[in-house]
Design a binder for this molecule. Structure first.
Ligand code: FE2
Length: 294
C-alpha cells in the first residue's frame, strides 16, 4: 500500500497540510541526528558571527549585518550555520555550549550529506510526490532545524511561498520530518487549515545588485486571529507536508527538550516558472536536483 493514501491526499489538498506517522524509523532518526552532531562538532563559526571590537559602533554593526546577509544569500548551494540570538558574548565566544547555539543549518544538506540525500530521495518521499501527481519534482533547499531547549525562537506566521515564489503559485511543498517528538511544549507547528486557498500576502525579493539590504519584501504579512491556528504535534519519525501557501507558525521552545527537524522543499518544475527575484537561485554547482527520474 502507498505510504500516502487517497484519503491522505484529499486531506492534504483540503487543509493545505498533513501529518503522517512513521516516515522514518527511530533508528533512522537517530542516525541523522548523530551525523548532525558530527557536523556541528566540526563546524567553523563564520567570521561575521565573531564580534570584533570597534570604536565605531555603527560601522561595526553595518559590517556585521552585511556579513550576515551575504552569508545567507549565498547559502543555497552550501552547508552553512545560522545561530540563535545572544549566543556570542562581546569577545565572540559562545555563551552556551556550541551544540546548543544553532538555530538551523542550510540549505544544501540534501545535496552534500549522503545520509540526508538518501532521506530526501527515499522511496516513501518519491511515492508521496507521485501520489500527489507531481510530474518533474525537484528539490529546492533543505534545512536542519534545532529549536533548542529554552532558547529556540518562535517562527512568526508565514507562508513558505513568500520565500519560494513560483508562477503559478501552489507548486511548492515543504516536507518537515520530526527527528524527535514535536509537541505543544517544545514548539510544534501550528496551521490555519484551508489558508492555502487565499493566495499569498507578501513576497521576499532580491534588491538590485550592489545595494543593501540584499532582500526586501513586496506586500505585508496579514495579521491572523490566533484562535484560527491548530497545533500539529507529530511523533519522532513522523512527517508534516506543508503546502507552500498555507499559513503556519511555531512558538518559542520554552521547554527543556529540543525539537530537531530535517526539512526540505519540493517543487513541481513542469510548467512552473521559478521567480528570478527569489533569494534562492539554482547555481552552476547545484542546479535543483530531480526527486526522481521518470
Ligand atoms: Fe515555513
Amino acid at each position: 500500500m502507498d505510504f500516502l493514501t487517497d484519503q491522505d491526499a484529499k486531506k492534504y489538498q483540503e487543509d493545505g497540510y498533513l501529518i503522517l506517522d512513521g516516515l522514518l524509523s527511530p533508528a533512522e532518526c537517530d542516525e541523522l541526528r548523530l551525523r548532525m552532531g558530527e557536523i556541528v562538532d566540526r563546524m567553523d563559526v563564520p567570521e561575521h558571527c565573531r564580534i570584533q571590537f570597534s570604536t565605531n559602533h555603527d560601522e561595526q554593526l553595518k559590517t556585521q549585518m552585511q556579513g550576515n546577509a551575504d552569508y545567507f544569500i549565498t547559502s543555497g548551494d552550501k552547508i552553512r550555520f545560522f545561530f540563535e540570538k545572544g549566543v556570542f558574548d562581546d569577545k565572540g565566544d559562545f555563551t552556551v555550549p556550541k551544540e546548543r547555539s544553532l538555530n538551523k543549518i542550510g540549505h544544501a544538506l540534501h545535496a552534500y550529506e549522503p545520509l540526508y540525500k538518501t532521506a530526501t530521495h527515499s522511496p516513501k518521499i518519491q511515492g508521496i510526490a507521485k501520489k500527489l501527481g507531481l510530474k518533474s519534482p525537484v528539490i529546492l533547499q533543505s534545512m536542519y532545524i534545532f529549536k533548542q531547549p529554552g532558547i529556540g525562537g518562535e517562527v512568526t506566521p508565514h507562508q513558505d511561498a513568500t520565500f519560494l515564489h513560483t508562477e503559478p503559485l501552489g507548486r511548492v511543498m515543504g516536507v518537515w520530518i520530526a527527528l524527535e517528538d514535536a509537541t505543544l511544549d517544545n514548539g510544534c507547528l501550528w496551521f490555519i487549515p484551508g489558508s492555502h486557498n487565499n493566495g499569498i500576502t507578501r513576497r521576499m525579493v532580491r534588491t538590485p545588485e550592489g545595494t543593501y539590504p540584499l532582500t526586501d519584501f513586496v506586500g505585508r504579512e496579514a495579521t491572523y486571529d490566533d484562535k484560527l491556528f491548530i497545533p500539529a504535534p507529530v511523533k519522532k519519525g513522523g512527517v508534516v507536508l506543508i503546502e507552500g501557501k498555507v499559513v503556519h507558525k511555531s512558538e518559542q521552545n520554552a521547554s527543556e527538550k529540543s525539537r530537531h527537524v530535517y526539512t526540505f522543499h519540493i517543487m513541481e518544475s513542469q510548467e512552473t516558472k521559478w521567480n528570478p527575484e527569489n533569494w534562492l537561485q539554482p547555481t552552476e554547482d547545484l542546479p535543483f536536483p530531480a526527486l526522481y527520474t521518470k
